[in-house]
Design a protein around this ligand. Structure first.
Ligand SMILES: [Zn+2]
Length: 499
């Protein structure tokens, strides 16, 4: 292909371009035969979305991806672009990327007639053959299809209906490529009709002038509000009728898949950006993921707008940043995020969901804090099932407290933890080794404390850090028992005892 520079050479090579849908289909068939991976980086859709996509492409359908925010719809589209030929011959400078062997626009047809076999051709990479548009109510016919320029026409002495006078919109510019439109129901009915006409009949009226354009495109719609799409009257019926397949996307079904997606998407390897080595404990990853799962199930959060997978992705990034900040200011050699760092990631959580009325009463921040706490509780219970935490809880019940915060250095956390009987032993349960670095141990200790706090076995406040739980019916009377006399020693060193 690199050797072909002119129309004559192209003709000789008999490189006839296929219609886009045929081209995508051919490349898919080839990949399927060769057992090559399809849609790389798309996790958890192997048995649901991907087979439906393959069928739609094999059928040469236009299709719609129907699903909530953050369900990899854009990534699927990028995967579709990978199914185009790497390079495609075009008439250089043509706004609608005409095929040199079969140009649509009159300018290119004139050029081919004038220059013949000597006409130079250009090669367009597949990444340039993809146009995406977010439909909004203010999108006009001119934006989508194009406009005619009467002045240009008058100057050139041309007829207004000649395409030479046309300023092309997005749809013609996607000719010979993939055109994706987001939120089609938001387009005015008039534009939808225009869209339908050009797709179906190959002509459209602009300012009353008929324009003929037989475009060749693969159409994909993306729809984040499934209810809008299915609502009667939102999309004109003939346009909806042109969609061959309706494919529903979904959030990760298993925590395993969700973890894998976040691991792939979140920016956490920062050594190349001058950062320290980062070690993210698995339980921190799980807590972050659990926040998204809990949010999706929470009735205080609006289900129709969903909770994007970008929530755990950006949350993990902030969690790592908070840990990075701590490590840098305490001069530590590795960055190990803690569960408490998830609270520092509130700015990436509160903006990622819409609240129902009940949630609004509580406020986004409180809703998010509650989500984090119950997520920690869930993950902690799963990992520490059957572990005895009574010694640790008793230490606090007897009046002990640990004034820790997310800025406390790892060394300080470890020292303070040593003063609490049973705490280090309990923390070992997450797989600590005798030579684990202080930041790793500190993170495990933090997890235990946050876990016990989530289970309401101990309390936590900004002023005192971790301390005994608010008087519970079971423990309250015990506190008043006179057996805790002056001579009773709080286990561990006395200077950690702040009450
Ligand atoms: Zn052209």
């Amino acid at each position: 292909m690199a050797a072909i520079h002119t129309l004559g050479e192209l003709r000789q090579a008999r490189l006839h371009s296929r219609p886009v849908k045929q081209e995508i289909r051919d490349n898919l068939v080839r990949k399927l035969k060769a057992g090559e991976p399809l849609f790389p980086g798309i996790i958890g859709y192997d048995e649901t979305v991907v087979p439906q996509l393959i069928n739609a492409i094999l059928s040469k359908h236009n299709f719609i991806l129907l699903g909530l925010r953050g369900q990899a719809k854009s990534r699927i589209l990028r995967g579709l672009v990978d199914l185009l030929d790497e390079q495609t011959p075009v008439v250089p400078g043509c706004e609608i990327h005409d095929d040199p062997l079969a140009p649509l626009c009159s300018a290119c047809r004139a050029r081919v007639a004038r220059e013949g076999d000597d006409m130079p051709i250009a090669w367009m990479p597949r990444q340039s053959r993809y146009v995406e548009k977010l439909a909004t109510p203010d999108v006009t016919i001119a934006d989508m299809l194009g406009d005619i320029d009467p002045i240009k026409a008058a100057q050139a002495g041309l007829n207004l209906s000649d395409e030479l006078t046309m300023h092309y919109g997005l749809l013609p510019r996607a000719n010979r490529g993939i055109f994706a439109i987001n939120e089609l129901p938001d387009l005015a009915g008039k534009i939808q009709v225009g869209l339908f006409n050009i797709l179906q009949e190959g002509d459209v009226q602009i300012k009353g002038y008929p324009i003929r354009l037989k475009l060749d495109e693969q159409h994909v719609e993306l729809q984040a509000n499934p209810e809008d799409y299915t609502a009667r009257g939102k999309i004109i019926t003939p346009l909806k009728d042109r969609i061959g397949s309706e494919i529903r996307t979904h959030y990760p079904v298993t925590r395993q898949n969700a973890l894998a997606i976040t691991k792939q998407e979140a920016w956490t390897d920062r050594t190349t950006a001058g950062g320290l080595k980062i070690e993210i404990p698995e339980f921190v990853r799980e807590v972050v993921e659990e926040v998204a799962f809990q949010a999706r199930a929470d009735r205080k959060i609006d289900k129709r707008s969903g909770v994007s997978q970008r929530l755990p992705i950006t949350t993990l990034e902030l969690v790592v940043s908070n840990a990075e900040r701590r490590a840098l200011s305490n001069n530590e050699s590795i960055v190990v995020p803690r569960v408490t760092d998830v609270y520092a990631a509130l700015p990436s959580i509160t903006g990622k969901f819409e609240l129902e009325y009940e949630g609004e009463l509580k406020g986004a921040e409180q809703v998010a804090r509650d989500l984090i706490r119950s997520s920690v509780g869930n993950v902690f219970t799963g990992i520490f099932e059957g572990q005895d935490s009574r010694t640790v809880v008793e230490w606090f019940d007897l009046g002990g407290s640990l004034p820790l915060s997310d800025t406390t250095s790892a060394a300080d956390v470890v020292t303070q933890a040593t003063g609490v009987q049973g705490l280090r032993e309990l923390a070992n349960h997450v797989g600590l080794k005798s030579n684990s670095a202080a930041p790793v141990v500190a993170s495990a200790v933090d997890f235990v404390l946050e876990g016990l706090y989530a289970q309401k076995k101990i309390g936590r406040s900004d002023e005192r850090g971790y301390s005994a739980a608010e008087a519970s019916p079971r423990r309250a009377p015990r506190r008043e028992e006179p057996m805790i006399d002056e001579s009773f020693q709080i286990p561990g060193s006395k200077k950690k005892y702040y009450n």
